[in-house]
Design a protein around this ligand. Structure first.
Ligand SMILES: Cc1ncc(COP(=O)(O)O)c(C=O)c1O
Length: 414
């Protein structure tokens, strides 16, 4: 745990208040179950790069064409990250500068669209991200979004509706990607629909990109004009974004990131992305990505056996979306009760009605080394937390069971 504790020890002498905050968060992450589908535990090597001297460096521009001096190591870091991303995803061009997944989507729109253009994306009530047309977000303000949905019965994307809406609205771009869809999008179908109406296809692969890297999910790269992604979910890198595209969009994408939507790149994060891409290229990561999916399938089956209704009837990914209504609870109440028991997850949209469900993922617990046996145990803890009495003693007992489980699988070696 040295990479986590040493800076904290150093910080403790200078700023005990903030050292306490960091120590508390480290304890929280290790002592409760991290089932937020968008989170993971980065490696000590990634954390080392994040805490490196590159955090001090300004490097506006791109390697070989910076607006600042002293960029020789910054250039090396970025070139390495770009080359590793290109090799990992088999793509002609990679931009590793977006500060986040949202920044990557903003830049993709900036590269391909003009304000006022029509864009077809998954509607937010069905699992679209804020950047897919929320009125509270730049996307909904600057573009005219039309939302497609999922079939109420199956929870699967309604491709007939996508096609109908595309024919009616003739969008300039179609976005595929979601915050809670547990199946693989049919990228080839989206491509066909986009081609039919002359639209660009943008894949927002923020969630599945780590599975793609590990060969556990199909790649959108051969189908989409631009692929946007995050680096911090299953991919297990630092918090950040990236964009992948063919050579024909390279210049537009680079200009859309800098100088159009961002300033100086965060070079320590780019170095950490390079480290994560290096890790993801190894055989151990391939095994990891497949284990993430295997664990999600077992956990989904167990939750279903305990009475949860699974959106789409299961999962092909790291992600599970479930309705706890048969247990007599809505998503928000379930999340709160689980949180009291030390089980941390989110609520999410459901394909029918106004009630919310719960969204969880297996990326972090799989990094901790948990396997199918532990998934069965986690499902039992869910039911104990949700069905069992809500009395303080009962909650404390379940919390202790959660703590015992996490103690067996520390996220960082001590
Ligand atoms: C589909 C999708 N797009 C974009 C994002 C935005 O990523 P960030 O939070 O890094 O801005 C997310 C984040 O969860 C996402 O799930």
């Amino acid at each position: 745990m040295s990479v986590i504790t040493q800076p904290t020890d150093l910080l403790r002498r200078q700023d005990p208040q903030m050292a306490d905050v960091l120590a508390g968060e480290t304890r929280r992450q290790a002592g409760t179950l991290q089932l937020i589908a968008a989170e993971n535990f980065t490696s000590p090597a990634v954390l080392t790069a994040l805490g490196s001297a590159l955090a001090n460096k300004y490097a506006e521009g791109y390697p070989g064409a910076r607006h600042h001096g002293g960029c020789e190591y910054a250039d090396l870091a970025e070139r390495t990250a770009v080359e590793r991303a290109r090799a990992l995803f088999g793509v002609e061009h990679a931009n590793v500068q977006p500060h986040s997944g949202s920044a990557a989507v903003l830049a993709a729109y900036a590269a391909l669209l003009r304000p006022g253009d029509t864009v077809l994306a998954m509607g937010l009530p069905y699992g679209g991200h804020l950047t897919h047309g929320s009125p509270a977000n730049f996307s909904g303000r600057w573009f005219d979004f039309v939302g497609y949905g999922v079939e109420a019965e199956t929870g699967l994307i309604d491709y007939r509706q996508v096609q109908d809406l595309a024919r009616t609205h003739r969008p300039k771009a179609i976005v595929c990607g979601s915050i809670c869809y547990p199946r693989h999008p049919e990228y080839s179908v989206f491509r066909e629909i986009a081609d039919e109406v002359g639209a660009y296809l943008i894949a927002d692969a923020a969630h599945p990109i780590g599975l793609v890297a590990g060969g556990a999910a199909p790649s959108p790269v051969p189908y989409a004009d631009i692929v946007c992604a995050t680096t911090h979910k299953v991919l297990r890198g630092p918090r950040g974004g990236m964009i992948l595209c063919g050579a024909e969009f390279a210049e537009r994408v680079d200009r859309a990131v800098f100088p159009f939507t961002q300033g100086g790149a965060q070079m320590h994060t780019i170095a950490a992305k390079a480290v994560a891409f290096g890790e993801a290229a190894g055989a151990a990561f391939t095994t990891y990505a497949h284990r993430v999916v295997a664990n999600a399938r077992v956990l989904a089956d167990e939750l279903e056996a305990h009475g949860f209704l699974l959106t789409t009837g299961g999962t092909d990914t790291h992600l599970i979306s479930a309705d706890p209504a048969p247990l007599g609870l809505d998503g928000a109440t379930a999340r709160a009760r689980l949180a009291d028991a030390g089980i941390v997850l989110d609520t999410c949209a459901l394909p029918y009605g106004d009630q919310r469900g719960i969204r969880l993922g297996t990326a972090a617990v799989t990094t901790q080394g948990m396997g199918e046996r532990e998934m069965v145990r986690i499902a039992e803890l869910f039911v104990a937390a949700l069905r069992g009495g809500s009395g303080e003693i009962e909650v404390a007992r379940i919390r202790e069971d959660v703590s015992d489980l996490t103690l067996e699988f520390p996220p960082y070696a001590v």
